[in-house]
Design a protein around this ligand. Structure first.
Ligand code: UT7
Length: 322
């Protein structure tokens, strides 16, 4: 490996969860469901649901402050902020500009990326490209969502699956062996109608609610995720045996298990937080990454694969030397 390459290195991670933690039993008191069904079909036990004062931007700012602390940096060091979200505080301005103002680093580049559950991978890839191109030195890449606000609480097939939260990483330009080794992204718009929100500013003039054909999404997820992980590892010149940790999108423990099996990866190399957070869309990968960094599982120099798939469809993976 060429050691004298400029790469984007993860210098710190952070995450934030709403105060209100809701168990399956709590949900079963309001929705026609059961702890048994949710646990067996998804692996989910808890999710956090935002209170009115907790928004995509406030959660993103909290996660960012922790990531900055972990990186030993202040907001003034940041010259790029990208928020991946499908649930912005407002249709515009971009949530990234709201977060920027909350952090007090006005003036730097700030914008949102919309790729739903793959949003963090998309944002991560844009930030990494800008860092390698020399147009940013230190970037905050954030996935933040309040999906509880777009759930149809009468639809038990979807409302039990999602939660709110945020995760953030500080990515910095550094010459050396650490950093992002390869990223691959994909989208296939012919599957728009399998996972979507039935409203929007330019159509209904409303925010809309999430709709999903879960079984069909499931089928595509395992195939697409296994394939993009192989593709990205190959681009990095690595094999699945060389992977220390996979940090997958936390949609369903069964999807995560099936994908790991396709790659021949042991379950103890996979970071699983879906039981605690449910599906937090763009927040899920950076949230899970932060959990595993803070509890000491993911260590410097580990080879970590990030992967996600979501509405669009969009999907992608990134291989990082921590
Ligand atoms: O982040 C983006 C990616 N999203 C995903 O990856 C989600 C992918 N899909 C999935 O995770 C799974 O398809 C689900 C967890 C959504 C559903 O699991 P499934 O095994 O595909 O179940 P199903 O939708 O086929 O429903 C099976 C049964 C149905 O009853 P019948 O028709 O067999 O009598 C549903 O009505 O389960 C019933 N059901 C429920 N029962 C209790 C659906 N939702 C619930 C519920 N509680 N919450």
């Amino acid at each position: 490996m060429n050691e004298a390459v400029l790469r984007a290195v993860i210098k710190g991670t952070g995450s934030a969860l709403p105060r209100n933690r809701v168990s399956n039993a709590d949900l079963a008191a309001k929705v026609d469901t059961s702890d048994e069904w949710i646990t067996e079909r998804t692996g989910i036990k808890f999710r956090h649901i935002a209170e009115p004062d907790e928004t995509t931007a406030t959660l993103a700012a909290d996660a960012s402050r922790k990531a900055l602390d972990a990186a030993g940096m202040s907001a003034a060091d940041i010259n790029l902020i990208i928020v991946a979200t499908a649930t912005p505080d407002q249709t515009f301005p971009a949530s990234a500009t709201i977060v920027q103002h909350m952090l007090g680093c006005n003036g730097c580049v700030a914008f949102d990326v919309a790729a739903v559950c793959s949003g963090f991978l998309y944002a991560f890839s844009v930030a990494e490209s800008m860092i390698r191109a020399g147009s940013a030195k230190n970037a905050l890449v954030i996935g933040s969502e309040t999906f509880s606000r777009i759930l149809d609480w009468e639809d038990r097939a979807t409302c039990v699956l999602f939660g709110d939260g945020a995760g953030a990483v500080v990515l910095s330009a550094e010459v050396g062996p650490r950093g992002v080794l390869a990223t691959r992204l994909h989208a296939d718009g012919q599957h728009n109608q399998l996972l979507f929100v039935d409203g929007g500013p330019s159509t209904t003039g409303t925010v809309g609610k999430l709709r999903m054909k879960g079984r069909e999404v499931f089928r595509h997820a395992v195939t697409n995720l296994a394939s993009v992980m192989y593709e990205t590892l190959d681009a990095a010149g690595l094999t699945p045996e060389e992977v220390d940790w996979v940090v997958p999108h936390q949609a369903n423990a069964r999807i995560i298990d099936a994908t790991a099996k396709k790659l021949g990866l042991e379950a103890d190399k996979v970071v699983l937080t879906v039981d605690q957070h449910a599906n937090t869309s763009a927040a899920s990968v950076p949230l899970a990454l932060d959990v595993a960094v803070r509890d000491g599982r993911i260590k410097p120099d580990d080879i970590v694969v990030l992967e996600a798939m979501g509405g669009g469809f969009t999907w992608g993976a990134s291989v990082v030397r921590m």
